[in-house]
Design a protein around this ligand. Structure first.
Ligand code: ARG
Ligand code: ZN
Length: 458
């Protein structure tokens, strides 16, 4: 260790004194990613590439102990950098590239100062040991989000800000990364996460599940959910379908796994190939949680989902999970598209045509408050999951479809899914892409539907 340090400084001393050396000191990374809805979310100065999370959880006491190993790259010369982590969890040690680093926790920021600055472009790894009793947060709209305890474990849903309640990271959706979750729970419980189950091993009454998510993922789409689940991992119709169902869950769970391939195959025929290596879902008994979430590869539901909710969360796998917005304001790119997915699936089943769904929503009287929110600007984080984002968002897509015709419309959706696969994109990019693919100017349509308050005329 000493010898290595001496060698390193000898190398550094032999470098010419100049900007490169001065740069080594660097400046602090920003404490937020610059999203006006959640200013403290995410961090500047580095790009996380991979999270390796080892978690040990005891549902009876609610105690979590974790080790997070994060591989990242400095995007500026860094003297120090932040991670998002609530301070109800206590950090016990931090290393950067294996060397002890100093750190401080305040609010939901963990500030890490490595012994030596990190040069711009340098890859580094940070390891954080932490523990505590995670708790959910309350969102601006009053809903629960994060590590939500249930009678037998955890309903773990993290949109928009829950990821910081259980692991440290760069939690804005623009910094996507791959993940590995190693989760140890009492053998009476199952721990389900995103991606593919790699291994499961029991010892001394405890079971360790290893999950691998090789396609990049935004922090708000991660999940490690724990409960007394009936677990199944099977190949069905060419898909790897992994399901965990709480026997207490409300609704009829029979055939839950088998319900996935028909929806996915229909959507693949419209949107292009399913973007992930596995699918499935987590059905918990969590009546106190009022929503489901499109957690990547494997949505989580507080009860057995209806066909329309299942279709909604599976449509999100293309729109939201694979193609992710760049700012929370662009949330209609998730919810409007997923709602349109519900409409498409109901039409396919013969329950209701897309046109009828549009007509019903459009029948909302012009003076209704509903029309005051433009699709692409919900106005603040308290309105992220309000009706205009979902229904006016879906109506916006249908208005586009009527304008450009079916063939062009689905070509737009497929191009969107293909060009931004596993990436991020914003509303302006969708408008530009629609004009490019259709070869038409669509500013009047998008202006009325996306950007101006009031009921657009047809
Ligand atoms: N994206 C989820 C869905 O549409 C909704 C998440 C709501 N989250 C919340 N904290 N209220 O299925
Ligand atoms: Zn949704």
């Amino acid at each position: 260790m000493k010898r290595f340090l001496a060698l390193t400084s000898a190398v550094l001393l032999s470098l010419p004194i100049g900007p490169a050396v001065a740069e080594q000191g660097g400046t602090p990374g920003a404490p937020g990613a610059g999203d006006p809805y959640f200013p403290g979310q995410g961090n500047g100065g580095y790009d996380a590439g991979h999270y390796d999370l080892s978690l040990d959880y005891d549902p009876s006491t609610g105690r979590l102990s974790g080790v997070a190993r994060i591989s990242a790259r400095a995007t500026q010369a860094l003297s120090r950098f932040n991670l998002d982590l609530v301070s109800t969890l206590t950090v016990r040690s931090v290393t950067v590239d294996g060397k002890p680093a100093t750190y401080a926790q305040s609010g939901s920021e963990l500030v890490v100062t490595p012994v030596r600055g990190l040069a711009r472009g340098r890859g580094f790894s940070v390891q954080i040991r932490y523990d505590g009793s995670p708790a959910h947060v309350i969102d601006p709209d009053g809903s629960m989000d994060g590590w939500i305890r249930t009678g037998d474990g955890v309903f773990n849903a993290n949109e928009p800000q829950g990821a910081m309640t259980w692991y440290p990271g760069n939690h804005h959706m623009t910094d996507k990364a791959t993940y590995r979750f190693t989760v140890t729970v009492p053998s009476t419980r199952v721990a389900v996460a995103n991606g593919d189950l790699v291994s499961k091993a029991s010892r001394g009454g405890r079971t360790t599940y290893v999950w691998d998510c090789r396609e990049s993922m935004a922090g708000y789409l991660t999940t490690v959910s724990i409960g007394t689940f009936t677990f199944a991992d099977a190949r069905i119709g060419g898909h790897r379908v992994t399901t965990a169902v709480d026997p207490q869950a409300t609704g009829d769970a029979s055939g839950f796994a088998e319900r996935h391939p028909p929806v996915l195959d229909y959507f693949a025929s419209l949107f292009g190939p399913y973007p992930f290596s596995s699918t499935g879902g987590i059905v918990d008994h969590a009546p106190e949680v009022g929503y489901a979430l499109e957690t990547q590869t494997r949505p989580i539901y507080p009860r057995v989902p209806s066909e329309s909710l299942l279709a909604h969360e599976l449509a999100h796998q293309w729109f939201g999970d694979s193609v992710t917005p760049t700012l929370w304001r662009d949330i209609w790119l998730n919810e409007g598209f997923a709602t349109y997915g519900e409409w498409l699936w109901a039409d396919r089943l013969g329950t209701r045509t897309v046109q009828a769904a549009f007509d019903e929503a459009y029948a909302t009287p012009a003076e209704d408050e509903f029309w005051q929110t433009p699709t692409a600007d919900p106005g603040g984080p308290e309105n992220l999951f309000h009706a205009p984002v979902y229904d006016r968002g879906a109506m916006t897509l249908h208005a586009l479809r009527r304008e450009v015709g079916d063939a062009t419309f689905f070509a737009i959706l497929r191009t969107w899914a293909r060009e931004h696969r596993h990436g991020n994109a914003d509303t302006a990019a969708f408008v530009a892409l629609s004009e490019r693919v259709s070869g038409r100017r669509l500013d009047a349509l998008f202006d009325a539907w996306l950007f101006k308050p009031g009921k657009p005329s047809l």
